[in-house]
Design a protein around this ligand. Structure first.
Ligand code: PGA
Length: 250
């Protein structure tokens, strides 16, 4: 089996001013300088360029939480991949459940955004995951497959190389109720099997799959020791620099 590098990613959502963000990165950098994991932080747009500047010459990579599927144009309030790269973004999170729930993003829209990210050579983290209701009905695997098909269907093997997948059950996001390591591992295994079936084994073996949903210093290890969990996408607990550093260095 291929050795996949551990990725610890922070999604700050709509938190932190420019100054707060800069101080966080400045404080984090020396704490994690010797870390072996890949470290990603997605601040709000306004803090992107300052974070990228502070993070230059460190092992921290800065990215965005969303972007437009269009190259450019009359789209008030939107932001393009080119603008994100210009601001120093090294990656973009796409299809987060909050984008799906509050802003009506469908698998079709997310697919277009992924295509745009690929064209613009901006690595993407695609988020998928079922709601509590879907899990209770026993539909988790079905929902997962539908999202993967809708978002990734039609992409070539080459196009998929720059995509990371994050399994984020909606019922675990911001609730303090993380998926058990067993549930998360089973879902990650499903994702890998889906990639193997529709593309190939080698790609499935090499693709990074992160878990997200109430990850914190006290539960990260139990999740990351699972064979198909390659890292974490962390919301709430990534806002605190000590907690985040602890999770990177665990
Ligand atoms: P949480 O959020 O860690 O606060 O549950 C995870 C996410 O939304 O990516």
């Amino acid at each position: 089996m291929m050795e996949r590098q551990t990725i610890i990613a922070g999604n700050w959502k709509m938190y932190k001013t420019i100054e707060e963000a800069a101080v966080f990165i400045e404080t984090l950098a020396p704490l994690v300088a010797n870390a072996t994991s890949t470290i990603l932080i997605a601040p709000p747009y306004t803090a992107l360029s300052v974070c990228a500047e502070v993070a230059s010459n460190t092992n921290i990579l800065i990215g965005a939480q969303n972007m437009s599927d269009s190259e450019e144009g009359a789209f008030t309030g939107e932001i393009s991949a080119r603008m994100l790269k210009d601001a120093g973004a090294n990656f973009v999170i796409l299809g987060h459940s909050e984008r799906r729930t509050h802003f009506g993003e469908t698998d079709e829209v997310i697919h277009k955004k992924l295509k745009r990210a690929i064209v613009e050579e901006l690595p993407a983290i695609l988020c998928v995951g079922e709601t509590e209701n879907q899990r209770e009905k026993g539909d988790s695997e079905k929902v997962l497959k539908k999202q993967l098909e809708g978002c990734l269907g039609g992409l070539t093997l080459d196009e998929l190389q720059n995509i990371i997948i994050a399994y984020e059950p909606v019922w675990a996001i911001g609730t303090g109720k993380s998926a058990t390591p067993e549930i998360a591992q089973a879902m990650h295994k499903e994702i890998r099997a889906f990639i193997a079936k529709n593309w190939d084994e080698q790609l499935a073996d090499g693709i990074s799959i992160l878990y997200g949903g109430s990850v914190k210093p006290s539960n990260i290890e139990s999740l990351l020791i699972q064979s198909d969990i390659d890292g974490a996408l962390i919301g709430g607990a990534s806002l605190d620099v000590e907690a985040f550093a602890k999770m990177v260095l665990r």
